[in-house]
Design a protein around this ligand. Structure first.
Ligand code: ATP
Ligand code: ZN
Length: 658
């Protein structure tokens, strides 16, 4: 009856009206006022019956107004849902001249729903409030003058001046000054992060590849110094706008439980209608008036409306996602939330995820009598063109430690996935990468060099070879250190019941083992090409049914997409990671992982509680009303009570703490 994907949740009223946003609530209250007035007139005065009847009819109007609007809207789309059932019940009550009970029904139903939408809006508001974080205007430098303009009017490459302790108005790069910046609005981290101006702004790489300590984001708060920021993203494309957009879209992604309850409702509602229709005619079988039969049928109709069931899951999903967003974690929908709450296996990428991802250069040795100065120039020039994290570190350390300047002779760099790079230097080919790359390209290596490499790998250094004109000319090694938080986080995950954790890396097996040992991980698979990571995930998925893959999106996006839940770290600065992941940690704090998993589990258990409560109430009320155990008023009170109960239960998630 109802379409699978109706965008608006059953109880998510967006009605406005004469009294603004709260009109629905005021109408419900007015309905109550007239209901009680009718009751008083009827019981306590000698006024004619038409006086109390009039009052009840007005109560019908106020109580039924929004319900009718909503029901009509849905019927137009071919959906018959709870609102419709309620209206039928109220009309039935009027027909058997039980105006009083009909008015009570519409009053309680409308007040229940108004409170419900208030509660659900509360969860939504906490999501939307993220969007209010960006400032309205920016101070733009125009020649010697500074002008204040609305942030929507900022152009790319404008220079924005940010005063101390004010909000930053654009995503961009610091070109002057340095400051420590509070990024809590995006990453959830309360500790300010030190940021500095970039040296030169010519030939800027992509936004994703600029060093994070040069970049600032819209809505974050400047520290004590004035800084100048060159705008690199239009206001509509800023990280925070995209974040808000993604969070508000998550509602359209139904969770498995939501789909299940929708399916259940699909056959349950017609069954109820059939049952109620049959009950209308019970006076033919048992000794009662047709009015009594109708009364019973109406009570059953009220009792059986699966209101609580319909709202139980969406309210929990919404609250869970809102809570995560507050801590800088974007969960893209109910599916990701529920999956994350039930998995026990996690795969991690190594570089940049379990390690800092900022390795230090430990060796740069020229081999085979190649001139050292030239060797270093070649390496610097080639690696300058690569955006691999290893390359960035090599370039930085060559410049700062060995004072290499380079000759800018390299061109045409090509990444060879999982192996290294190939580039052109002065017309000849340079290869930098692991042993496999050299084997593939038939570059001869001596026994002595192999031994030297093995020693380095053994002790956890990532070793690379450099070939030029088909000859080996040198050896490089770098050492990455595990994140300080990696070991405690893994332990925490084990404590909360994650059974299997494994590292997947493109680095050498020995390096993988060495890092794994340092952080207390028992499983590590090295030498994996990006496609091998995908295969590894597939195998693990078969074994454990659900698996999360935590990565930074650099060479693990395909693996993340294959896993049940892809979790991206440090997503604030990476569009790829933000797009591919199901869950994005905006900061690169791996210690947020136990928090999101805990939150997802809590959400899942609240969803379960809500389902049981709503099903149990329906299971209790249907037989009770059939036996005449409660009046229409009693049925509606229990019905609405249970609906509010599940919503309030869901809202507890907004206050979740690990
Ligand atoms: N720009 C580069 N310069 C030198 N070596 C490289 C470069 N890119 C890749 N390599 C070599 O290829 C190997 C595999 O790279 P890949 O990007 O697949 O994984 P990784 O960065 O080592 O680790 P992880 O898979 O954990 O992110 C590296 O360990 C390195 O030896
Ligand atoms: Zn409704």
């Amino acid at each position: 009856m109802s379409k699978e994907h109706s965008e608006n949740e059953e109880h998510n009223h967006k009605h406005g009206g004469v009294f603004g946003k709260k009109t629905e609530l005021y109408f419900a209250i007015l309905s109550g006022v007239f209901f009680f007035m009718g009751l008083i007139i009827e019981k306590l005065t000698n006024l004619p019956e038409s006086a109390s009847l009039g009052s009840f009819i007005v109560a019908y109007f106020f109580g039924g107004y929004f319900t009718t609007l909503e029901a009509i809207g849905k019927i137009r789309k071919g959906e018959f849902e709870i609102d419709f059932l309620m209206l039928v019940a109220a009309a039935g009550a009027a027909y058997i001249e039980s105006w009083e009970e009909g008015a009570l029904l519409l009053f309680l139903f409308s007040i229940g729903h108004a409170l419900e939408s208030y509660a659900v809006n509360k969860a939504k508001k906490s999501i939307e409030s993220l969007g209010n974080l960006s400032p309205k205007t920016a101070l733009v430098k125009k020649g010697d003058k500074i002008e204040e303009v609305p942030i929507e009017e900022l152009q790319l490459n404008d220079i924005v001046v940010v005063k101390p302790n004010t909000k930053i108005a654009a995503d961009g790069i610091i070109v002057k000054g340095n400051s420590s910046i509070n990024q809590a609005s995006i990453t959830g981290e309360s500790m300010p992060v030190d940021k500095v101006a970039i040296g030169n702004t010519t030939n800027l790489p992509d936004f994703d590849n600029i060093e994070k300590n040069n970049i600032v984001y819209t809505g974050t708060i400047n520290g004590d110094n004035v800084i100048e920021v060159q705008v690199l993203k239009l206001s509509a494309d800023s990280t925070i706008s995209r974040l808000v957009k993604m969070v508000s879209e998550v509602e359209t992604q139904k969770s498995p439980t939501q789909l299940l309850t929708k399916k259940f409702e699909k056959w349950f509602v017609p069954v109820v209608i059939l049952l109620v229709t049959v009950l209308c005619f019970s006076y033919l079988v048992i000794d009662e008036t047709y009015k009594e039969s109708l009364y019973r049928a109406i009570s059953v109709l009220v009792a059986a409306s699966p209101c609580a069931l319909a709202i139980s899951t969406p309210s929990a999903v919404l609250s869970g996602i809102a809570r995560a967003a507050k801590s800088g974690v974007l969960i893209k929908g109910g599916r990701a939330l529920e999956d994350l709450g039930s998995l026990t296996t996690i795969a991690f990428d190594k570089t940049g995820t379990l390690t800092e991802g900022k390795p230090k250069l430990t060796n740069a040795i020229a081999l085979n009598n190649f001139e050292e100065g030239e060797f270093l120039d070649i390496v610097l020039d080639v690696e300058k063109l690569s955006n691999h994290p290893l390359a960035k570190s090599i370039v930085q350390d060559l410049k700062s430690q060995l004072k290499v300047e380079g000759k800018n002779q390299a061109a045409d760099i090509k990444a060879i996935q999982g192996k290294g790079v190939n580039a052109n230097y002065n017309g000849d080919v340079v290869l930098i990468g692991n042993e496999r790359l050299m084997i593939d390209e038939a570059i001869a290596t001596s026994k002595a060099i192999k031994n030297q490499m093995d020693n380095l790998l053994q002790s956890g250094h990532t070793a690379m070879l450099v070939a030029y004109k088909n000859e080996l000319i040198g050896l490089l090694s770098v050492m990455d250190v595990p994140r300080e938080s990696a070991a405690p986080t893994l332990k925490r995950l084990k404590d909360i019941g994650i059974k299997k954790m494994i590292m997947l890396t493109g680095d050498h097996q020995n390096v993988a083992d060495s890092i794994a040992k340092q952080i207390g991980l028992s499983d590590a698979e090295g030498n994996l090409l990006p496609e091998d990571k995908v295969t590894a995930i597939k195998v693990l998925k078969q074994q454990y049914s659900k698996i999360a893959m935590v990565g930074d999106g650099v060479n693990d996006a395909p693996a993340m997409a294959t896993s049940t839940v892809g979790i991206a770290m440090g997503a604030a600065g990476s569009d790829v990671a933000l797009e591919t992941a199901d869950v994005a940690l905006m900061s690169d704090k791996i210690e947020n992982l136990p928090f999101v998993i805990g939150l997802s589990r809590k959400s899942k258990s609240i969803i379960k509680q809500n389902l049981w409560v709503s099903l149990a109430i329906v299971a209790f009320l249907i037989p009770t009303t059939i036996m005449g155990g409660t009046s229409i008023g009693g049925a509606i009170a229990i019905h609405e009570g249970s609906t509010l109960l599940v919503v309030i239960n869901a809202l507890r998630l907004l206050r979740y703490q690990l």
